[in-house]
Design a protein around this ligand. Structure first.
Ligand code: ADP
Length: 589
């Protein structure tokens, strides 16, 4: 059975209390009267007493313990038993003229508690009962008259009952319920207010049109807009976002618009809010869509916090690392140079032992030099200061250069280092004898990437071969660096291109490194709209690949001549369809 409405339940409670008291008093009177003497006077029969005993047992054993849900049925049984008893008593003691008639009227009156249906049933039963008793009597006509009065009185009592319940304070239930509901709502609202106030981050909720519906305290502090002014206006007037370069965020990059469009959360630490006092504040923002019940986008919620201090600290840290590495690189390079002179037999005379020590010192110094160089490159990459002069160049040449430079290192380990035959899927179409793989990027940066990959290949291959391949299709040039070394465990692969990440194994611990090379490689390749990845199996070697957008000869020549003209000081505007490689904002080395 469904939960009974609260209104009916409270009525039942009242009826139950009054009714139970009346029933108990009456039954005790009947029983005591029967046994103490005036039984005839009370008009009781064994049938009445029997029903009374059953009713009291039911009352004590069942009625008192039924749960809330079964109250309606329990009350109906209660009233049924009682009214049956009273009906028999009333009819047996003179009907309309009986003293029990008052009880009967009370029953009718209270039956209205269960509503019009219950009342109609009672009145109908009354009518049937009276009709039968009239039929059974000798003077049916007189009885019929009495009974009509009986019935009318019952009807009036029933109507009165209905009227009473409906105008009872409980019955002004429309208002009461609204009051209760609004109390509930207030409790809920207080809860969510407390919650929103205790969130240290700014919270803004906008509807589908972009109108602010909710704006908490920290949001007011960050934006400089008071709540009462912010709520009800478009969020773009309140949350004016810019990118790190100070350009206004366009529609395509607006986190709220993107969250609603992509139906997913957008996170970023790269936005700046221009607050009401025109102060710039770095934000960390998460914008998420809000869905309606039918899964439609109903708006968005943004949670943001001021990360200006963190950004400042990070910048200071990077500047420190950058300056420190730059300053230390110079003396380290000098030490490296002098050590290499000391190792050179034609220049210095040292005994075998000393040469060994000097060689070890030289290797460690080189390692240190590489670490400073990597750290410097990384801080530059991260704040956009990495020297970057894109120009069209042919990849095979660069690959051959790098192989030449590193072949000495490979020989030291007895490894073979070679270029695999190039495979150009478009060579036939282009009618070329030798495939040409032009790309538009800074050759020095790509050399850095390739050197790092080949150097790793040599480092992590105890014996066998390291090779480089170049393949290409219409759109991309793909360079692969293959080795037959220790390989990389499957679960490490996804972390490999993160900053400072090194696979932790006995082999790698012995070899040493900074964990910066691959991170740097990824950053550089992605700068030129390329992709870098690895395919590897532990113990079975690794295959590192990177792709870069390919230029055909014609495009390469055109860009080259544009660059030359620009170098001469000519103003050469970019033409539609030109392939433009990104350049860094500054070129500090
Ligand atoms: P470093 O080599 O200085 O440690 P990298 O970023 O170049 O830093 O490489 C990160 C890690 O990736 C290395 O420490 C090594 O564990 C793993 N790795 C890179 N290249 C290879 C390779 N060719 N074979 C096996 N492991 C490799």
């Amino acid at each position: 059975m469904q939960n009974i409405p609260e209104q009916i339940y409270s009525r039942l409670q009242i009826t139950y209390l009054i009714g139970s008291a009346a029933i108990i008093v009456l039954y005790l009177t009947l029983l005591l009267g029967q046994f103490l003497g005036p039984g005839e006077l009370l008009g009781t029969s064994p049938l009445n007493l029997g029903i009374a005993v059953v009713h009291m047992i039911y009352f004590a054993l069942i009625r008192l313990w039924v749960n809330e849900k079964s109250q309606v049925i329990a009350t109906a049984i209660d009233m049924g038993l009682f009214s049956l008893n009273i009906a028999i008593l009333t009819l047996a003691t003179g009907g309309f003229a009986s003293a029990y008639f008052a009880f009967w009227l009370m029953i009718i009156l209270s039956s209205a508690v269960l509503g019009l249906t219950a009342l109609s049933i009672y009145i109908s039963i009354t009518a049937i009962m009276l009709f039968i008793s009239a039929l059974l009597s000798d003077d049916s006509w007189r009885y019929l008259l009495d009974n009509i009065v009986f019935l009318v009185a019952s009807g009036v009592a029933g109507y009165l009952g209905l009227w009473l319940w409906r105008n009872h304070p409980q019955e002004t239930s429309g208002d009461t319920q609204v009051t209760k509901l609004s109390q509930k709502l207030q409790v809920e609202q207080t809860k969510s207010d407390i919650l929103l106030r205790s969130i240290g981050d700014g919270v803004v909720v906008i509807d589908y049109e972009g109108v602010i519906q909710l704006f908490n305290g920290p949001a007011c502090i960050i934006s400089g807009w008071p709540q009462e002014e912010a709520i009800g206006i478009h969020y773009q007037n309140v949350i004016t976002l810019e990118d790190e370069e100070g350009n206004k965020i366009d529609e395509g990059h607006d986190p709220f618009k993107r969250a609603m469009k992509t139906k997913s959360s957008i996170r970023s630490n790269d936005f700046i809010i221009l607050n009401r006092a025109k102060r710039k504040i770095h934000l960390s923002i998460v914008a998420s869509p809000i869905f309606s019940k039918d899964n439609q986008i109903a708006g968005a919620i943004g949670v943001f916090r001021d990360i200006s201090d963190e950004k400042r600290t990070a910048r200071q840290r990077d500047e420190f690392i950058s300056t420190a590495s730059h300053e230390m690189r110079t003396p380290v390079a000098a030490i490296e140079g002098f050590l290499s002179l000391a190792m050179n037999e034609q220049v210095s005379k040292v005994d075998e032992n000393a040469r060994n020590y000097i060689t070890k010192a030289y290797e460690s110094t080189r390692h240190l030099g590489k670490l400073f160089q990597d750290l410097l490159s990384i801080t530059k990459v991260e704040d956009g200061r990495l020297a970057n002069h894109p120009e069209p160049f042919e990849m095979s040449k660069l690959v051959n250069n790098v192989i030449d430079e590193l072949s000495f290192k490979a020989e030291e380990k007895n490894l073979s280092l070679k270029l695999k035959a190039s495979n150009d899927k478009t060579a036939v179409a282009h009618n070329q004898v030798l495939p040409l793989f032009f790309v538009n990027a800074d050759p020095e940066r790509i050399r850095e990437v390739l050197t790092n990959l080949v150097d790793n290949g040599i480092k992590f291959t105890p014996k066998g071969e390291v090779s480089v391949s170049i393949t290409g299709d219409d759109k991309y040039v793909t360079v692969g660096v293959h080795d037959q070394g220790i390989g990389i465990p499957e679960d490490e692969v996804k972390h490999l291109f993160q900053k400072f990440y090194r696979v932790d194994s006995t082999a790698t611990r012995e070899i040493g490194g900074t964990g910066l090379g691959l991170y740097l490689a990824r950053t550089i390749i992605e700068l030129y709209q390329g992709r870098i990845w690895v395919e590897s199996r532990e113990g079975q070697g690794s295959h590192f690949f990177f792709t870069l957008p390919r230029l055909n000869q014609e495009q390469a020549n055109k860009i080259k001549s544009q660059l030359e003209r620009r170098a001469k000081g000519e103003d050469v505007p970019a033409e539609p369809g030109d392939i433009v490689a990104p350049t860094s904002t500054s070129t500090v080395e």
